[in-house]
Write a protein that binds this ligand. Structure first.
Ligand code: ATP
Ligand code: MG
Length: 140
């Protein structure tokens, strides 16, 4: 199976303006890959939540937006990572309503529901969330 693993875009995430850029680039790539507007919005929302967490809990980080398509599927992959303190208990952080900042605690669990694939790893010094969405090329 062939797939491109080169990142198509890497956005440094430091301010809310960077979130806007990451959202826009994600939406643009999704549109290029023929994802419908609902999927474009799902992906952009997921990227907003993950990059907002980077700013809130780590200060800064990066967002890699890639075309991971192969012969059968159009796929977009986004990796959001930071070198902050990490998440002490990932299972707890993935539960609806868990927040250490008095917020809704909806970002991570909501993001998982929005995308086809969601992976999170976190330890002190590295939190990395990898999400992807895929669509068959030969859909009617
Ligand atoms: N990049 C990160 N680094 C360190 N801790 C994080 C990171 N992302 C999330 N967390 C932790 O996981 C918790 C849950 O994150 P989640 O995004 O689900 O909720 P929230 O940010 O608290 O609230 P909301 O996103 O609904 O405004 C956070 O409160 C925080 O403790
Ligand atoms: Mg959040």
């Amino acid at each position: 199976m062939t797939s491109s693993s080169e990142p198509d875009a890497v956005v440094d995430i430091c301010t809310t303006a960077d979130i806007v850029v990451a959202r826009r680039l994600t939406r643009q790539l999704a549109a290029c890959l023929d994802f419908g507007s609902a999927d474009q919005t799902r992906l952009a929302t997921a990227v907003s939540e993950l990059t907002r967490n980077v700013i809130e809990y780590a200060g800064h980080g990066t967002c890699h937006i890639s075309d991971a398509s192969d012969l059968a599927f159009n796929s977009i992959q986004v990796i959001v990572e930071d070198n902050g303190p990490g998440i002490a208990n990932v299972a707890q952080a993935m539960q609806d309503g868990y927040s250490t900042s008095g917020s809704l605690g909806a970002g991570l669990p909501g993001t998982r529901r929005l995308v086809d694939s969601f992976m999170i790893e976190s330890r002190p010094g590295l939190t990395r969330v990898t999400i992807s969405m895929s669509m068959r090329k030969d859909r009617p």
